[in-house]
Design a binder for this molecule. Structure first.
Ligand SMILES: *Cc1c(COP(=O)(O)O)cnc(C)c1O
Length: 412
């Protein structure tokens, strides 16, 4: 473990990703540990979006759909993304939000298991995914049911009545990871299909959708992939299933021949049938530009840096702040974690507000977690050292104990 700030500076000097920090626009006086919630902007994004607005939209107008490849941008960006999550070419559709994509893949999956009624998920899943599943099963009103178990009980709960197992790989609170390969295998052995949510995985941990045999996956691009606020999400369908599925949410962008304006829906072959309507091209262009920072990145090496940095943050904070009741949530083995660290912290909300006031940006997750995202492309070891020092001074001096740090904001 690094024992001094100098040790951290040495680690930074030896870090092969250190130079990538220059690719991002980050304010000088901020230690940004919230890239797991909203990634920092890559510097090239602004110029690209301006060019799309002024040159493409401004000068080429509607001809841009053809001349500047707007219509096929979702597929192009999907194929770039596929490489970061170990997916086959033409297996990723970019667009909409995770919540909407959950609806699409869940209805696709249930359509392949019409004799089964159970959607199995766990209490570590992101609530929105569960809400979509509950909304769908209630609407269907035919005995479908969302069964929610504890994360550690998922494997044992995959019984022969389960149609679909729908889980998030990295828990947004504790950072605990599910074993994708093992759970996918169990689901298949029981005749069920699997949907993985990769919101806190893509761009942070090494994912290999193809080799683990996943059927479906969803994820967003505004977290570790730095696509910008509200950036389009993605969904994955295993190639063998693509032409067998029929999502319940369809639209003209998923039609085999959208410009025939057929009155009847005829699904496009492949992943394209998962597209619904017109996509936000400015956001799509921003995401396309944002993905440039990944050129040449080895995801295994990136993941290794994430693990080392998570371990360092846990060690520093627990050494210096356990006397104030701080304790890392989630597994102790870094191989079983994603790329963020949450600490149970009494008065956590006020503590995080005090941190933010001193330029250390993380976030708070109810009931008592202060959460720090580690984005190995631009987080330095010195950042982690400094953040731990500032947190320690806040705890030691009770600097969080001020009324302005207690006032709850709409977004925590
Ligand atoms: C962030 C997150 C989402 C967000 O869903 P949106 O519909 O894109 O807002 C969904 N699932 C998980 C696991 C998340 O962490």
């Amino acid at each position: 473990m690094a024992r001094t700030r100098d040790d951290c500076l040495k680690l930074d000097a030896a870090d092969r990703f250190a130079a990538r920090r220059e690719l991002f626009s980050l304010p000088d006086c901020v230690i940004y540990l919230d890239g797991n919630s909203l990634g920092a902007p890559p510097r090239n994004v602004s110029a690209r979006v301006t060019a799309v607005v002024e040159k493409q939209w401004g000068e080429t107008l509607i001809k841009s759909w053809n001349e500047h490849g707007w219509f096929h941008l979702p597929q192009k960006v999907g194929n770039r993304l596929a490489q970061l999550i170990g997916a086959e070419a033409d297996s990723v559709a970019v667009g909409d939000s995770i919540s909407i994509n959950v609806f699409k893949v869940l209805t696709s999956a249930l359509g392949l298991r019409r004799n089964r009624k159970i959607v199995l998920s766990d209490s570590g899943n992101f609530p929105s995914d569960l809400y979509v599943a509950q909304g769908l099963t209630e609407f269907m009103a035919d005995g479908h049911e969302v069964r929610i178990v504890a994360p550690e009980d998922v494997a044992a709960a995959i019984t022969p009545d389960v149609a679909v197992v729908m889980v998030t790989e990295v828990d947004y609170r504790t950072s605990r990871r599910h074993d994708m390969k093992a759970i996918t295998k169990l689901a298949h052995a029981a005749g069920a299909l699997i949907i993985w949510d990769l919101a806190h995985s893509a761009g942070a941990v090494q994912i290999d959708l193809k080799s683990c045999g996943a059927d479906f996956a969803v994820g967003c691009t505004y977290k570790y992939l730095n696509g910008g606020p509200g950036a389009p999400a993605f969904l994955y369908v295993r190639p063998e299933l693509q032409n067998m599925v029929q999502p319940a949410l369809v639209g003209w962008w998923g039609h085999a021949q959208p410009f025939v304006f057929d009155l009847e829906f005829v699904p496009a072959p492949g992943i394209t049938r998962q597209q619904c309507g017109t996509q936000p091209i400015l956001s799509m262009a921003a995401l396309d530009a944002a993905l440039d920072v990944w050129d040449g990145v080895d995801m295994a090496e990136l993941h290794a840096k994430a693990k080392a940095q998570c371990q360092l943050l846990i060690d520093l904070v627990e050494t210096q702040c356990s006397r104030h009741g701080l304790k890392a949530a989630g597994p102790r083995n870094m191989d079983e974690r994603g790329s963020h660290v949450s600490f149970h912290c009494p008065q956590g909300y006020a503590v995080m507000q005090a941190l933010i006031a001193q330029g250390v940006i993380g976030d708070f997750r109810a009931p008592d977690l202060i959460r720090f995202g580690i984005t190995p492309l631009y987080t330095s070891y010195a950042d982690i050292w400094d953040a731990a020092e500032i947190l320690t001074s806040i705890m030691d001096g009770r600097l969080w104990d001020r009324p302005e740090f207690m006032a709850l904001k709409a977004v925590t």
